[in-house]
Design a protein around this ligand. Sequence first.
Ligand SMILES: CC(C)(COP(=O)(O)OP(=O)(O)OC[C@H]1O[C@@H](n2cnc3c(N)ncnc32)[C@H](O)[C@@H]1OP(=O)(O)O)[C@@H](O)C(=O)NCCC(=O)NCCS
Length: 223
Amino acid sequence: MLEDHSHVLEPLLPPFAACAETRRDLLDIELFPSEAETLGRAVDKRRREFITGRACARLALERLGVAPAAIPGGAGGAPVWPEGVVGSITHCRGFRAAAVARATDALALGIDAEPDAPLPPGVLEEVAHGPELDIVAAGGPGADAGRLLFTAKEAVYKAWFPLTGRWLGFEDARVSLDWPGGTFRAELLVPAPLVAGVDLSTFTGRWSAAGGVICATVAVSAP
Ligand SMILES: CC(C)(COP(=O)(O)OP(=O)(O)OC[C@H]1O[C@@H](n2cnc3c(N)ncnc32)[C@H](O)[C@@H]1OP(=O)(O)O)[C@@H](O)C(=O)NCCC(=O)NCCS
């Protein structure tokens, strides 16, 4: 039985999106054959996060009014959503979640969750560049600044990739944060296409930190 946990993510998403989140494993769902194929022979940790992510996705789809459907992995590892749906999945230690929207409302969603703790040695240098180093140096209340930048960038990537099929490196976007407001903006430093008339050179998102987890979301609204 899935619990109704939508406390962190829901305020970070537009009203047209539906989501589900959990802080424990949800393993009592049946995987569709294509999902089982995506999972393959995985170690226990991966099996638990994959199945729990799919359980959250099922609940989020139900909240959107969409029947349960297979969500296999596709190109670049991105989840393949049922026709007419876009969405995103995240899992980190102690937190798993999914968010979905109708394709008539959103071109893409990106969500990412990370433990609110300093990045491992060496990772910050890959993630933060230029003015982002000032954000890290200044810090802010309630969240590790480096990890927050990382989380925001991964949320951007999860929205970017399904729309473009292209890699985007951490150095390819400059993130600025509104710390008290819980919003962020990512300006791409590489050429970005127009998708359905929407300019992908800038992404805006929301973030929050609670219960030891930083969560960031990006929603690209349909025109
Ligand atoms: C793909 C990536 C963003 C996943 O993030 P993560 O913190 O490692 O892992 P999370 O648990 O939060 O997310 C994993 C889920 O993301 C989704 N995902 C994986 N690849 C994806 C892609 N290319 N596009 C969209 N979603 C993707 C999947 O649903 C996956 O879960 P699943 O395999 O169980 O279905 C990350 O591994 C990565 O490659 N980052 C480098 C690129 C980047 O972030 N650039 C920043 C540009 S500003």
